[in-house]
Write a protein that binds this ligand. Structure first.
Ligand SMILES: N[C@@H](CCC(=O)N[C@@H](CS)C(=O)NCC(=O)O)C(=O)O
Length: 225
């Protein structure tokens, strides 16, 4: 059975949503990053970058050898290919989904991560960094809003590209005011939020991690390299 190594963070949510959407049989192993559980030797063998999420498939389809994977985008692609769902098989539809998946992995995710770091978590105000990532956040929101101007989802039908982007947009949600001025993005956020599988994934995540990931104590583990 597929084992997902998980903690309740935006990158962790991506494969949990996909697993809920596909109904693929799986188990979840919590890796409490607040306590530094991602630095153990056993976890590092699965995820050499020492970050969640990671995944092990001991019995891939077609009898291939067991596989361990890290990087949420690679995990989404693997699971979509294994199940034949949420990633079109033919071109150009497939390339379009992959393009928006890569955009999330290389752009939206890392930039919003830095935005959060300097706007919320840093123990000192650094106006240059705050300004840079805040502008970049707004720019990326605009890219997404423009893209969603004439379509419901990022690339064709609801896909792994949407599942990659959604947890990051949701992560900034103290309320939804951060989406003001981005009407298409707001509509997309609403549409994805209403999917039963998405609601189930967040309910499961909430039950796994009942305390904030970043606390005074865990700051030393997570934020001070
Ligand atoms: N590009 C990676 C990023 C993974 C990542 O940054 N994971 C965070 C949680 S969202 C983590 O494990 N942080 C622990 C740390 O940085 O020590 C992916 O998408 O899987």
């Amino acid at each position: 059975m597929i084992e997902l190594y998980f903690w309740t963070t935006p990158n962790g949510m991506k494969p949990l949503i996909l697993l809920e959407e596909t109904g693929l049989e799986h188990a979840v192993t919590p890796v409490n990053i607040s306590k530094g559980e991602h630095f153990t030797e056993a976890f590092t063998r699965i995820s050499p970058n020492q970050k969640i999420p990671a995944m092990v498939d001991p019995a891939p389809a077609g009898g291939a050898a067991p596989i361990a994977l890290f990087e949420s985008g690679a995990i989404l692609q693997y699971l979509a290919e294994e199940t034949g769902q949420f990633l079109p098989q033919s071109q150009p539809e497939r390339a379009e989904v992959m393009q928006w998946l890569f955009w999330q992995m290389a752009g939206l995710g890392p930039m919003l991560g830095q935005y959060l770091h300097f706007a919320v978590y840093a123990d000192q105000a650094i106006p240059y960094a705050q300004g840079r990532y805040s502008r970049e956040k707004e720019r990326l929101y605009q890219v997404m809003d423009d893209r969603l101007g004439d379509r419901e989802f990022l690339a064709g039908d609801y896909s792994i590209a949407d599942m990659a982007a959604y947890p990051w947009i949701r992560a900034l949600e103290r309320d939804t005011s951060h989406l003001n001025g981005f009407a298409n993005l707001q509509q997309w956020h609403e549409t994805v939020s209403q999917r039963p599988a998405v609601a189930r994934a967040y309910a499961r995540a909430k039950a796994i991690n009942t305390t904030p990931t970043i606390t005074e104590k865990s700051r030393k583990v997570l934020l001070v390299a």
